[in-house]
Design a protein around this ligand. Structure first.
Ligand SMILES: *Cc1c(COP(=O)(O)O)cnc(C)c1O
Length: 497
C-alpha cells in the first residue's frame, strides 16, 4: 500500500508522493502532508553502521513509497556524491558543550543543498512516472540560500527551467554574487523591489492562478516548486537528523534510546519541521528548540498561541531567516488540529485576511515538543566572538542565532545534561562580513574577498570551492522588477504571451 498525501486544507483528494512532488503546492493553496508519519523500521545499531546514502534510503523509502528501490537509490547516489566536500556529507563537530551538525558541505555551502541536490532527480523521476510531457518551470522565492542551491541543482537539467526571485536589498553580497553568476541556459534570476514574504506570496499566487496554469500548459509548461513547501524537499531533510543520531550512537555519545535536543535556526519552518517528523518516526528527541532572529514571530507564537505577522520586517545579519510568514508552520498547525483540514483552512484564511490567527488551548498544549526563543543582533555577534575565542570554532550568523537560543534554553530550564545537536545551516564563508565584524571591528575596512582569506586563516579552514568559484566569475543575470511585475517577468522569460 502506498503512503498517500493530501492537502492541509482539504483531506479528500489523495495523491501519491511523486504527484505531490510534481505539484509542489495543492490547488487549494494548502501544503501536501502524508496521511501518517511512518515509523523507522531499522534499529539504531544498524543505522550507526550505514553511510549517509544508506540512511537516506532507509528514511526516504518510507515516505516516497511509489518510487522503486532502483529509482530512489539512483536519485540518492546522484545527489550525495563528490559535490559534497566530505564523504560524511553532514559531519558533527563538538564545541562548547554542543554538537554542531554541519549541513553546509554541499555545492552552495548552505543547508539548502541537503535537499536541493536531490530534488531535481526526484522531480525528473516523478515526471517520468506520471508521463508528464510539459517542460517543468521551477518558480522559487528565496531569502538568499534556496535560490542558489536550487539553480545549482537544476542548472542544465533537461526538461526544466528555473526562475528565482530574491529581495534585491535583502541578501548578503556573497549570496547575491553566487546567484548572479549562475551558469546554465535554463537558469533565470530576478531581483525584486520587496522582501522575501512578498516574493513568496507572489510565487504562491502564481501557483494558484488557474488561468495562468492554462496559458502555461498551452505553451508546453507547468509550474513546480523548489521551496520547502515541496514534500520533495522536506523528506530529504529528515535524513540528517536520523544520521546525526546514529553517528552520536556510533561514537557512544548517546546510549540506546537516550533522547537528544535539536536546535534549529528557523525561518520558513521547513528544517525544524523535518526534525519534528524525525521525532514522530521514532527518533529519540526531547525538545525541538526553535530559534528565531529579531523577526521573532515564531517565538511569540510558541509563547502566546497567537501567530501575528503584522509587525515591522527587520533586515538582520541572518537574512535567510528574515521571514514573517513561516509557510511550513501550516503543516504543524494541521497536525495539532488533529489532522483537521477544515480547522486548519479556517486559521489560514484568517492569516490571509487579518495577518494573524490564534490556536485553541488544546492545540497549544500539543506544542509542548517545542521550545521557542530568539537571539538579538547584538547577542548573535557576541555568540560568534565568544565561541571563537573559547574554542577556535567559527560559526555563521544563522547558526549563532541557534547557539544563542540554546544558551537561553539552558538558562530557562536548567537542562544542561541532555545531549544537544545544533543544526549548523551555513558556512561562515557565506556571511563573511557579519562573521568577521563580530569577531573584531577592525576588519571593517577590508573587501569581501580579503575577509574571506582572513577568515580562512583565523578559523584554519580552507576557503570552500563555492567561494573560490565566484571570485572572478562574470555577472550573467541583471533583471530587476517590482513585485506586481513578477508574473509578466515569468512570461517574458519563457516567451509566453
Ligand atoms: C533557509 C535557511 C534557514 C531557515 O531554514 P527554514 O527551513 O526556512 O526554517 C536557516 N539558516 C540558513 C543558512 C538558511 O539558508
Amino acid at each position: 500500500m502506498d503512503l498517500l498525501y493530501s492537502s492541509t486544507r482539504n483531506s479528500e483528494k489523495k495523491i501519491t508522493a511523486s504527484q505531490a512532488i510534481l505539484k509542489g503546492l495543492a490547488d487549494d493553496g494548502g501544503l501536501f502532508v502524508p496521511e501518517s508519519i511512518p515509523a523507522l523500521d531499522v534499529s539504531v545499531e544498524e543505522l550507526s553502521k550505514m553511510s549517509y546514502q544508506q540512511v537516506a534510503y532507509e528514511v526516504m523509502k518510507l515516505f516516497l513509497t511509489d518510487f522503486t528501490e532502483e529509482e530512489l537509490k539512483n536519485c540518492i547516489n546522484r545527489a550525495y556524491d563528490s559535490k559534497f566536500d566530505t564523504t560524511e556529507i553532514a559531519p558533527l563537530k563538538f564545541a562548547d558543550g554542543a554538537y554542531y551538525l554541519e549541513l553546509f558541505h554541499g555545492s552552495t555551502i548552505a543547508f539548502k543543498d541537503m535537499a536541493l541536490s536531490i530534488l531535481p532527480h526526484l522531480l525528473i523521476t516523478s515526471a517520468k512516472k506520471n508521463n508528464v510531457k510539459n517542460e517543468i518551470v521551477i518558480l522559487t522565492a528565496t531569502s538568499g540560500d534556496t535560490g542558489k542551491a536550487a539553480m545549482a541543482g537544476f542548472a542544465d537539467v533537461e526538461g526544466t527551467q528555473i526562475i528565482v526571485f530574491y529581495p534585491k536589498n535583502g541578501v548578503s553580497p556573497i549570496q547575491e554574487k553566487q546567484m548572479l553568476t549562475q551558469k546554465g541556459a535554463n537558469t533565470h534570476v530576478v531581483g525584486i523591489h520587496g522582501n522575501f514574504d512578498q516574493a513568496q506570496s507572489a510565487v504562491k499566487a502564481m501557483f494558484n492562478d488557474k488561468a495562468l496554469a492554462e496559458t502555461m500548459d498551452a505553451a508546453g509548461y507547468q509550474f513546480s516548486s523548489a521551496n520547502s513547501i515541496n514534500i520533495g524537499r522536506l523528506v530529504p531533510q529528515i535524513v540528517y537528523y536520523v544520521y546525526a543520531y546514529s553517528k552520536l550512537f556510533a561514537q557512544r555519545a548517546v546510549a540506546k534510546d537516550e533522547k537528544i535536543n535539536i536546535v534549529v535556526p528557523t525561518g520558513n519552518f521547513g528544517n525544524i519541521l523535518a526534525a519534528f517528523y524525525a521525532k514522530n518516526m521514532g527518533l529519540p528527541v526531547a525538545k525541538l528548540i526553535c530559534a528565531s532572529n529579531e523577526n521573532k514571530v515564531l517565538y511569540d507564537f510558541f509563547t502566546t498561541g497567537e501567530y501575528d505577522k503584522n509587525r515591522e520586517f527587520i533586515l538582520t545579519n541572518s537574512p535567510s531567516m528574515d521571514i514573517l510568514i513561516s509557510s511550513n508552520l501550516e503543516r504543524l498547525i494541521y497536525r495539532i488540529a488533529g489532522n483537521d483540514a477544515n480547522k486548519n483552512a479556517q486559521l489560514m484564511a484568517s492569516l490571509a485576511k487579518d495577518g494573524k490567527y490564534t490556536v485553541t488551548p488544546e492545540m497549544k498544549e500539543k506544542l509542548s515538543d517545542f521550545y521557542g526563543n530568539y537571539t538579538s543582533e547584538k547577542e548573535t555577534a557576541e555568540v560568534i566572538k565568544k565561541l571563537y575565542e573559547d574554542t577556535g570554532y567559527i560559526i555563521d550568523t544563522h547558526t549563532a542565532v541557534a547557539a544563542g537560543v540554546y544558551d537561553k534554553y539552558k538558562e530557562a530550564t536548567g537542562d544542561t545534561a541532555t545531549k544537544t545537536v545544533i543544526a549548523s545551516t551555513a558556512s561562515p564563508f557565506k556571511f563573511t562580513r557579519s562573521v568577521m565584524d563580530a569577531i573584531d571591528p577592525k576588519y571593517d575596512s577590508m573587501t569581501d574577498f580579503e575577509l574571506v582569506d582572513e577568515l580562512s586563516k583565523l578559523g584554519n579552514v580552507k576557503v570552500p570551492n563555492a567561494i573560490e568559484e565566484i571570485r572572478d566569475a562574470k555577472i550573467l543575470h541583471n533583471t530587476v522588477c517590482d513585485v506586481d511585475q513578477m508574473e509578466n517577468t515569468v512570461k517574458k522569460m519563457l516567451g509566453v504571451q
